[in-house]
Ligand binder design. Structure first.
Ligand code: SIN
Length: 524
């Protein structure tokens, strides 16, 4: 059996959206040796890349207290005030230092020397910085450009994290049981050669993003299946709040559009939601109408769709906007036009889609998880900022702040002495006879997971639906585990094993919490 050469680094970062990239940039500046792995071929492929709305800052008539109030109101009061305080007090400065001064992100302006602040639901002020409707793409590309200039950073795309390497679990040395459990790197699959190597790391930072793609309809890219939650859970780190899955109210309804997001900033510019018969309906649900928190808007749309037996509602920007639509939303305009919808002239058919996981790997104010040696940043982490529901456009900022803080912490506490001997650690085990994988089986398993999650663990949950989902998912897990043990090593098989684990984590959390709050809505 040909082996992959093992690697060793000071900091290993798994994932390279804004959280992973900002952790990598901060670590790079400290001079530590950094390896970043991403499972996609393209380093920039991440939820960050597709973020349209923008990044929260403080607007002109704004202050940290007002932002804090909005975050906690949207989060239904179960946010961690300390974490929220870090975001609201430090956010503006870090945006200015890293994004504006260092990376030179060309944020949109309302006049030659004033930044343009957009409005989104749940915000009492206009305070969202944006680059037209291409904010995430612009930020992500600039980060990668910057990382490529550091010789102490190795960027490895097409590498899938299979299992976090932990002692004592992966140790051959029986005395390791007397030590505190610790993460010391990862077993990583080189997707191209389909072989697993060990990457030993003094610190590992999970920055794998979210899990929207375990639902049938999602605004996330297809690889967002929550690998990081599964990796951390299997390694023994604490995971919390997984029932709070946020559904975005408006993704484009079109057979080929693949959950393309219609940003909330479109409603911020005045667009109204309408039933197919032309009725605006949000005033029946919330005084803030289209600017109500997104979980309420989502449920209103879901209800209207159910009551009128329709697959979508309309979002009408053309009749209400007081802006140059093509200039403000060039990406949405161009994409909708590709599907035959001219948003300057007609309403956009939209449906809700799974968008963001408010829970995750429990971390402290420096991004440290409950497992020694393991940090988590960005969507995979639960810092406590979002509580039961995330305020729009806070996630890029949370990723930027905690990514930077995790590496700052590591650099200032760095202890290069490895608590293990590489020869004590088990190499990856391949079964004697590796089964060829059948894509039809994998596709069907994914369809079962995704439709079970959408229908029974989705926007509106009931105890009965959740119990049915649990039984179906448990059975599926059993089959997938068996398949995983026998199949030829492949990123698709690893993804499926992680996906079913994450589906169960969400389902268990939802079943254990009978209280409807924020993004977790359970009907009697
Ligand atoms: C959007 O532009 O609507 C998405 C922003 C977010 O989810 O924070």
């Amino acid at each position: 059996m040909s082996r992959q050469k093992n690697l060793k680094t000071d900091i290993l970062i798994i994932g390279c959206g804004i959280a992973g990239a900002s952790a990598a940039l901060e670590a790079a500046k400290s001079g530590l040796k950094v390896i970043v792995i991403t499972k996609s071929k393209k380093l920039e492929e991440s939820n960050t890349y597709y973020a349209q709305g923008g990044i929260v800052s403080l607007g002109y008539d704004d202050n940290p207290e007002l932002l804090k109030e909005d975050i906690i109101e949207t989060g239904d009061g179960i946010n961690d005030p300390e974490a929220v305080g870090i975001l609201t007090n430090k956010g503006k400065e870090i945006v200015e230092n890293i994004l504006i001064n260092e990376l030179k992100i060309p944020f949109s302006k309302s006049s030659q020397d004033s930044l343009d602040y957009a409005q989104e639901a749940g915000h009492s002020r206009r305070r969202i910085l944006h680059v037209k409707d291409l904010t995430g793409k612009t930020i992500e590309e600039k980060f990668i450009e910057a990382l490529k200039t550091y010789s102490n950073v190795t960027l490895l795309s097409d590498h899938t994290a299979v299992d976090l390497l932990t002692v004592p679990h992966h140790s051959k040395n029986p005395t390791s049981f007397y030590k505190e459990p610790q993460c010391i790197g990862v077993y990583a699959l080189d997707n191209k050669v389909k072989k697993v190597k060990i990457i030993f790391a003094t610190y590992t930072i999970l920055a794998t993003g979210g899990c929207g793609a375990i639902f049938l309809y999602t605004s996330n890219p297809s690889q967002a299946i929550g690998d990081g939650y599964a990796l951390a859970y299997c390694a023994g780190a604490r995971i919390v709040n997984m029932e709070y899955i946020q559904f975005h109210p408006t993704s484009l309804f079109h057979r080929d559009a693949d959950g393309f997001l219609i940003s909330e900033t479109v409603r911020g510019e005045g667009a109204r939601l309408k039933r197919k018969d032309g009725w605006t309906f949000m005033e029946n649900y919330n005084l803030k109408k289209e600017m109500a928190p997104r979980d309420e808007v989502t449920r209103a749309i879901y209800e209207e769709m159910t009551n009128s037996n329709s697959n979508y509602v309309y979002l009408d920007l053309a009749s209400y906007a007081n802006i140059d639509i093509k200039k403000r939303f060039p990406n949405i305009y161009k994409t909708c036009l590709k599907y035959g919808i001219d948003i300057t002239k007609e309403p956009i058919p939209v449906v809700p889609a799974a968008h963001y996981c408010c829970g995750g790997v429990l971390v402290d104010i420096w991004g440290k998880s409950s497992l020694k040696g393991l940090c988590a940043v960005g969507e995979v982490a639960c810092t406590g900022v979002h509580g039961a529901n995330r305020l729009a456009s806070t996630s890029l900022l949370e990723g930027l702040i905690w990514g930077t803080r995790a590496s700052k912490y590591i650099a200032s506490h760095f202890n290069p002495v490895a608590p293990y001997k590489p020869s004590d650690i088990h190499e990856w085990y391949y079964p004697e006879k590796e089964e060829e994988i059948d894509p039809a089986l994998i596709n069907q398993d994914w369809l079962s997971i995704r439709s079970t999650m959408w229908n029974y663990t989705g926007i509106i949950r009931t105890k009965k639906r959740l119990e049915r989902a649990r039984a179906d998912l448990d059975y599926l897990r059993h089959r997938i585990e068996k398949f995983y043990k026998e199949a030829k090593m492949d990123a698709k098989v690893v993804g499926l094993k992680h996906g079913i684990q994450v589906a169960l984590l969400i389902n268990y959390a939802a079943l254990s919490n009978p209280v409807s709050r924020g993004a977790h809505y359970i009907k009697d």
